[in-house]
Design a protein around this ligand. Structure first.
Ligand code: PHE
Length: 366
């Protein structure tokens, strides 16, 4: 482009001169052969750019009286060109700001939602939060000490076999209590919490656990539990019964009944298994409850004094007060399987679906 010298400085002829340049720029930008970088060089280039040339030949060379008129027009031209160029850049990045074609399919933004397990776990946790419980968490890779020893599973005790533990490789060189394993339950967080905090304590502990179970419709080597721990003065088995009965009613509906059976866990004494009246048939008996009218849901019991003793001992090792004095305090604990509860709640018959990552399955919970 050749920039002619200006001779007529009337507003009308200045307008005409600038309009001509502006039309040239617009033609270049909308041309099929438009190349942004080339345009930038040609028009905005520091030395040889057309705008630079216009500034030199029109603005700088103009008589003083005309400078203001030319300057205003020059700035407007420059702004227009920069705006057009910016619009082109946006178009390139896929954001359509002009020429919207409403007949094209839209680009839907897919919203993420909670996984049914996470949702169920959060709902259970919130039932206990409303009763004044705080949330506690712990690691999935645990030591033998927290997962077993401090919970009163002595070395070689047969109760360890029931946990189908997945162990971390190359731990044989360490003392047993330091060996790493995948936690088989959320109960080790009971110990971790009591080492950190003095009583009174009310904690609900959601989390992922691992067991060497062969996968089938009701077993998965990875599953989830919600643990509970309440330690204070005057905590009795009635408190445990009342708390769990209330929690089950709050979660499943007020018509649900609970019943307690003697059971065994090394870290609770006495221990109980809790059943709820079948949420499908209301207790009359159906296929889901194997015609018993009851569904087994969780394990629980009063915290075994041996657990408080190992907490106290470890607290001393850590230089902390052994404040879990069984003459003053007592407590209860419980643990429930989240996966089974989610499966019941949503009518899921194969636990594997919860871990498949199959969007066709997961989208049903959106
Ligand atoms: N941790 C036990 C299990 O996984 C459940 C449980 C928790 C039992 C707390 C009693 C008290 O089977």
């Amino acid at each position: 482009m050749n920039i002619p010298q200006l001779t007529d400085f009337s507003e009308a002829s200045l307008d005409a001169a600038f309009a001509e340049v502006r039309a040239l720029a617009e033609t270049a930008i909308t041309a099929a052969s438009f190349d942004k970088e080339q345009f930038r060089l040609e028009w905005l280039g520091r030395k040889q750019g057309y705008l630079g040339q216009i500034s030199d030949t029109w603005l700088k060379a103009a008589p003083v009286e005309a400078k203001k008129l030319i300057g205003q027009r020059f700035n407007a031209l420059k702004q227009t060109i920069e705006e057009k160029l910016a619009a082109e850049t946006l178009l390139d990045s896929g954001i359509e700001i002009s020429g919207l074609d409403i007949t094209l399919p839209g680009t839907a933004q897919r919203l993420g939602v909670e996984h049914p397990l996470v949702k169920t776990m959060a709902e259970i946790v919130s039932v206990f939060q409303r009763m004044g419980y705080s949330v506690g968490l712990g690691p999935e890779v645990e030591t033998d000490f927290y997962n077993f020893e401090a919970l009163n599973f002595p070395p070689n005790h047969p109760a360890r076999d029931t946990q189908d533990t997945l162990v971390v490789d190359a731990q044989d060189g360490k003392p047993l209590r330091d060996r790493l394993l995948m936690r088989t339950h959320t109960s080790p967080v009971q110990i971790r919490s009591m080492l950190e905090q003095a009583p009174p304590l009310r904690l609900v502990i959601p989390g992922k656990v691992h067991r060497n179970d062969a996968a089938d419709a009701t077993h998965s080597p990875v599953f989830h539990q919600v643990e509970g721990l309440c330690v204070d003065t005057n905590i009795t088995f009635s408190d445990l019964k009342g708390t769990l009965d209330h929690a089950m009613k709050a979660f499943f509906g007020s018509a649900v009944k609970t019943r307690f059976f003697p059971s065994f866990f090394p870290f609770t004494e006495p221990s109980a298994d809790v059943q709820i009246s079948c949420i499908f048939c209301g207790g009359k008996g159906c296929r889901k409850c194997k015609h018993s009218g009851w569904i087994e849901l969780l394990g629980c019991g009063m915290v075994d004094p041996a657990v408080f003793a190992s907490v106290n001992q470890r607290r001393i090792e850590l230089g902390r007060e052994p404040v879990y004095d069984t003459a003053r305090i007592s407590g209860f604990a419980f643990g429930m399987g989240v996966d089974r509860i989610a499966m019941m709640k949503y009518g899921i018959s194969d636990i594997g679906l919860l871990y498949s990552g199959d969007m066709r399955f997961l989208e049903q919970f959106a």
